[in-house]
Write a protein that binds this ligand. Structure first.
Ligand SMILES: O=P(O)(O)OC[C@H]1O[C@H](O[C@H]2O[C@H](CO)[C@@H](O)[C@H](O)[C@H]2O)[C@H](O)[C@@H](O)[C@@H]1O
Length: 370
């Protein structure tokens, strides 16, 4: 089935390049406690510099090169359309092999261990579409997630607010970490005996009134930009520019920046054609998975193998945590080579579904043989 709403190519990091290119690093506005490499420290100037074309790219998004940001936005397409057989892609796949191709190897690491599954939502369980309200999950994918959760503790870790992502997934047996992990809740139905299911973690509660206020201001300030869409994700806000004409991106970024200069306790990160506004607390998807592993009773356990599957920059925080723990691994969902902390890769949500189905098939055959 083809969905006309599905977006095929993506230049998601371009706006971040633009913003990073024109911003500096002002430590007074961003306390050192905020460690994410994906912060866009854009509040150090009130205005874009006169010449944005020659601004220098931040190394974390632009490889440290001095590229004009508008050019960089355009230039990002060829890389993203890099052919299946390009050297770049082959080298990348060697570094981050397909999780389906090395499935047996992954499973041998899982022997005698409790596998815990963490799944991002957009771009991982659902295809990227132009209207965020229509990012539906295929029924087959829901079935695959439902089956996985019968055998392994399973959590959805999303940038969306918890209620919204739950409405898409609709499986009460899962853990949900919404708003980039700032709103965590355990399953409402009891499946796994170990650990505490009644978890509830909302580390950014005090920011709710501020975020509600900023949401209203952003709606007002961005309404003149055709295609701009501000999404309220409760503990964070998303300003989408997927449907905004490229020539208006700088205007949109400027307006967001202008609003946020009055709110130094909020920071900006980036996702796939989206600017994400979040509280400046030391909490991200990585912290969320640490919290969940602890809640499940695996804080210091050697007998656990966490697997995190995600497609976005914000998922890198979780991939990094797994690398630091030396436990489990990340799987990046991407068709194009990207800098990542993930160990393995899958190309698209369809492959994610296939991977989950294989996990279930293997688990069932092990159970039958006992
Ligand atoms: O952590 P995730 O579950 O991946 O959520 C991240 C953001 O996903 C959504 O936006 C992205 O998907 C949309 C639908 O496919 C797409 O239109 C948009 O361009 C993407 O950025 C969601 O709408 C955001 O709120 C999430 O923060």
């Amino acid at each position: 089935m083809t969905n006309p709403n599905v977006v095929v190519s993506d230049t998601q990091s371009a706006i971040a390049m633009a913003i990073t290119a024109v911003s500096g690093n002002n430590p007074t506005l961003f306390p050192p406690s905020v460690t994410s490499p994906y912060n866009i420290n854009m509040f150090s100037r009130n205005k874009f510099p006169k010449s944005m074309e020659t601004a220098s790219m931040g190394s974390h998004v632009g490889g440290g090169k001095n590229i004009g940001w508008v050019d960089a936005m355009r230039a990002s397409s060829p890389t993203r359309n890099s052919s299946e057989n390009s050297e770049e892609k082959k080298n990348w796949i060697m570094k981050h092999p397909s999780a389906l191709g090395v499935f047996e190897e992954i499973m041998s690491a899982a022997k005698m261990k409790q596998v815990v599954i963490f799944l991002d939502y957009d771009g991982t369980l659902s295809p990227i579409v132009s209207n965020p309200d229509q990012a539906y999950m295929a029924p087959e994918m829901r079935e695959a997630v439902k089956n996985v959760a019968k055998y392994f503790p399973t959590a959805i870790v999303s940038g969306r607010c918890r209620a919204k992502v739950y409405n898409f997934v609709r499986l009460s047996e899962l853990y949900y970490a919404g708003s980039h992990g700032m709103d965590i809740k355990g399953p409402s139905s009891r499946k796994h005996k170990k650990g505490n299911q009644n978890v509830l973690c909302q580390p950014a509660k005090e920011f709710l009134p501020m975020l509600a206020e900023v949401y209203k201001i952003l709606l007002e300030k961005t309404k003149g930009i055709a295609g701009a869409n501000v999404e309220n994700n409760k503990f964070c806000l998303s300003v989408h520019f997927r449907c905004v004409e490229e020539e208006s991106w700088s205007d949109l970024a400027y307006r967001v920046k202008y609003v946020l200069k009055d709110y130094p306790k909020l920071r900006l990160t980036q996702g796939r054609k989206v600017l994400e506004i979040r509280p400046t607390i030391k909490w991200d998807k990585g912290k969320a998975i640490e919290f969940l592993l602890e809640s499940l009773g695996y804080a210091n356990s050697k007998d656990v193998l966490p697997i995190y599957i995600g497609d976005d920059r914000t998922d890198e925080d979780a991939f990094r945590v797994l690398r630091e723990r030396g436990q489990g691994f990340g799987i990046l969902v991407s068709k194009v080579p990207k800098e990542t902390q993930a160990t393995y890769s899958l190309q698209e949500p369809f492959e994610v579904m296939h991977f989950l189905q294989r996990l279930v098939t293997l688990k069932r055959s092990i159970l039958r043989s006992h």
